[in-house]
Design a protein around this ligand. Structure first.
Ligand code: ATP
Length: 269
């Protein structure tokens, strides 16, 4: 049995249109990942290489995972995803094998994307004495990353909330050498996110998404999602037969819903 029980290969179903705002960022990523795959001759002719790997960084709940999935969906790539901490196994040797298996699998199902979530967990801890499991996983990962470059058909994407904790070796040229910041949504982006969320709910005509966007400065996309969910619960709490969520329900939840991203975290970006 592999150390990675969770190695799941899928073609996700997230479209660019499911992601509110971030138009510039979407374009940059398509240029970096989609174009070199779709127009490889043009890139070769001009002597430009695709970035080896892309690191998405920024506060939690701001669509890093959605973006990775949308890239896979829209380019028809198989999607392999793994959380940094899942790469560590208590059993000596298992972790390195898990990393090798992951890349082998990705090559088998290429063109593909490997998405590493919580990437800061790798190499974030320094062992004393003999090489810690972190160091061994990191070393194996670096070897694999260096091997991926000539392959092209395996794209590496990673995400972290703590770029400051990333091992520098991972960020060197030829590895995760394209860094893209995914910020908290601004007003326009929040409005778009809210409208995407509400479009999937039953909403009364009096719901003013513009107002909700005004009142949610500092909220992440995930928090906007949670807020709308709470509003629906509020509606049901009063009346299980309630046909649609109304503005009054949003007013109630807006009163005690607070953005949770700490200022200290935002300062490191
Ligand atoms: P984490 O760092 O916690 O892993 P993340 O940045 O990867 O978070 P996602 O998992 O992609 O964030 O987003 C969480 C949820 O928030 C999504 O499932 C979606 O419901 C909502 N969301 C966040 N940003 C957006 C957005 N721009 N448009 C639409 N929905 C969004």
């Amino acid at each position: 049995p592999s150390a990675m029980r969770e190695l799941l290969i899928e073609v996700p179903n997230v479209r660019w249109t499911d992601i509110g705002g971030l138009d510039h960022l979407k374009l940059k990523l398509r240029q970096a990942v989609e174009w070199p795959l779709k127009h490889s001759e043009s890139f070769q002719r001009l002597g430009v290489k695709a970035p080896a790997g892309v690191l998405l960084y920024g506060p939690p709940g701001c669509s890093k995972t959605m973006i990775a999935k949308a890239l896979a969906t829209e380019s028809g790539l198989n999607f392999l995803s793994i959380k940094g901490p899942e790469l560590f196994s208590k059993f000596v040797g298992e972790s390195e094998r898990a990393v090798r298996d992951l890349f082998t699998k990705a090559r088998q199902v290429a063109p593909s994307i490997i998405f590493f979530d919580e990437m800061d967990a790798i190499g974030g801890e320094r062992g004393v004495g003999e090489a810690s499991v972190h160091e061994r996983v990191l070393a194996q990962l670096l070897t694999e990353l260096d091997g991926v470059v000539p392959l092209k058909s395996v794209t590496i994407l990673a995400a972290t909330n703590r770029p400051d904790r990333m091992d520098r070796a991972l960020l060197r040229p030829g590895r995760l050498d394209r860094l893209i910041y995914v910020p908290l949504p601004d007003f326009e982006t929040r409005l778009q996110i809210i409208e995407i969320i509400l479009s999937k709910m039953s909403i009364s005509d009096d719901v003013n998404s513009h107002y909700v966007a005004t009142k949610t400065e500092g909220f992440s996309g995930a928090e906007l999602q949670a807020l709308c969910h709470e509003a629906a619960l509020q509606a049901l709490e009063n009346d299980l037969d309630c046909p649609a969520v109304r503005m009054e329900h949003f007013h109630i939840v807006l009163k005690d819903f607070r953005a949770r991203t700490p200022q200290s975290l935002l300062k490191i970006y």
